[in-house]
Design a protein around this ligand. Structure first.
Ligand code: A3P
Length: 309
C-alpha cells in the first residue's frame, strides 16, 4: 500500500469513495489517476537496472521495501530511518510516485501492485529485475479487511462475509488476487524474475535475505545480512515512523481504527473464517489456481488429498 505523507484528493471517512478505474480494475483515488496508470502502462520507460517490488496488496510490500532498501545500503539502517519508504521505492504508477520515479537516479528501486497485463509495456524488452512477493490469500483478505477500515481511500467494508465474497470474485481494488498471481507467475522461469512468499520471509528471514542478495548480485557480509534482518523485523519496523505509516495524515489513515503493521503473523485467517467460508474459499482457490504449476506453502491446507498424506 502507498505510504506517503502528502496526500491530496483524500476522502473523509464519511464520504463515499469514488475509485479510479483503469482497464476494468479499481484503484484507490487518493494516489491514482487514469493518467498515472495509463502513463505507467504505456509510456513509462523501464531501465535495465531497475528493481521492482511487486505485490498484490497486503502481501508484505512494505516489508520487502525495507528489506530491499537495507540490502541496497549494505545493512546500514540510516536511509530506512530517515527517508519515507515511498520515497526510497516510489510507487511509479501513482501521481506523486511517478514524479519521484522519473527523477530517481539509476539504479532505481520501484514499487507497485500492478497486475502483469497493465505493467509497463517497455518491461518486455528489458533486463530489469522483478521481485514478486505473495502471501497466503486467506491472510491477505484478513489484512486487507482491516486495512480498508482504517484507510479512507478504500470503502469501509460492510462485513467480513461481503469482503471475502468481493475478494473471491475479484471485485476489490487492485483486482483479482488469482489473476494477479497467475499473471506474474507466468514469468517464473525468467532469469530476471524472483518470487518469494511472506511465509518464507517469516520462517527464515536470514536465508531469504541471502537469496535476495544473490538474485540482485549484491555481496553482503554476515554482519550486513544480520543488520538487514534486525532492521526489517516487525518490532524494528513498528518503531520506525518511516515505514509504520504513522506519519500519514489522519484523513487518509485513521490510526484510531487500527495499525498498518497490525499483527505480522501467518495464519490469522483461522481467527476469522468460519468453516463454511473456509470450504468455499478452498473450492474456489482450487478451481482458479488449476494448471498453475507452482506449489505454495499454503497449498497443503487447501488440497484435501495433500492434507491426508
Ligand atoms: P497484517 O495486517 O496481517 O499484520 P503490505 O505492506 O503489502 O500492505 O502488507 C501489510 C502486511 O504485512 C501487514 O499484515 C503487516 O503487519 C505485514 N508486515 C509488514 N512488515 C512486516 C514484518 N517485518 N514482519 C511481519 N509482517 C510484516
Amino acid at each position: 500500500m502507498v505510504c506517503r505523507a502528502a496526500a491530496p484528493n483524500s476522502h473523509p471517512s464519511t464520504m463515499p469513495v469514488h475509485y479510479v478505474t483503469y482497464k476494468g480494475i479499481k484503484f484507490p483515488p487518493a494516489y491514482n489517476s487514469v493518467h498515472s496508470l495509463s502513463f505507467a502502462h504505456n509510456e513509462f520507460l523501464v531501465r535495465d537496472d531497475d528493481v521492482f517490488n511487486i505485490t498484490y496488496p497486503k502481501s508484505g510490500t512494505v516489508w520487502m521495501t525495507e528489506i530491499l532498501s537495507l540490502i541496497r545500503s549494505h545493512g546500514h539502517p540510516s536511509w530506512n530511518q530517515t527517508v519515507l519508504n515511498s520515497d526510497r521505492m516510489p510507487w511509479f504508477s501513482t501521481r506523486l510516485g511517478l514524479e519521484a520515479a522519473l527523477s530517481y537516479p539509476s539504479p532505481r528501486l520501484l514499487t507497485c501492485h500492478l497486475p502483469r497485463h497493465i505493467f509497463p509495456k517497455s518491461f518486455s524488452h528489458s533486463t530489469a529485475k522483478v521481485i514478486y512477493t505473495l502471501r497466503d490469500p486467506r491472510d491477505v483478505v484478513v489484512s486487507y479487511f482491516y486495512f480498508c477500515k482504517m484507510c479512507n481511500s478504500y470503502e469501509d467494508p460492510v462485513s467480513f462475509e461481503q469482503f471475502l465474497r468481493d475478494f473471491l470474485s475479484g471485485e476489490l481494488p487492485h483486482g483479482s488476487w488469482f489473476e494477479h498471481v497467475r499473471g506474474w507467475m507466468q514469468m517464473k522461469d525468467r532469469e530476471n524474475f524472483f518470487f518469494i512468499t511472506y511465509e518464507e520471509l517469516k520462517q527464515d528471514l536470514q536465508g531469504s535475505v541471502r537469496r535476495l542478495c544473490h538474485f540482485l548480485g549484491q555481496n553482503l557480509d554476515d554482519d550486513a545480512i544480520s543488520s538487514v534482518v534486525q532492521n526489517a523485523s516487525f518490532t524494528a519496523m513498528r518503531q520506525n515512523p518511516m515505514c509504520s505509516s504513522i506519519l500519514l495524515p489522519a484523513d487518509i489513515m485513521d490510526q484510531t481504527k487500527g495499525q498498518f503493521l497490525r499483527k505480522g503473523i501467518c495464519g490469522d485467517w483461522k481467527n476469522h473464517f468460519t468453516v463454511a467460508q473456509s470450504e468455499t474459499f478452498n473450492r474456489i482457490y482450487l478451481e482458479k489456481m488449476q494448471g498453475l504449476d507452482v506449489a505454495f506453502p499454503w497449498d497443503r491446507d487447501q488440497d484435501p488429498d495433500l492434507t491426508e498424506q
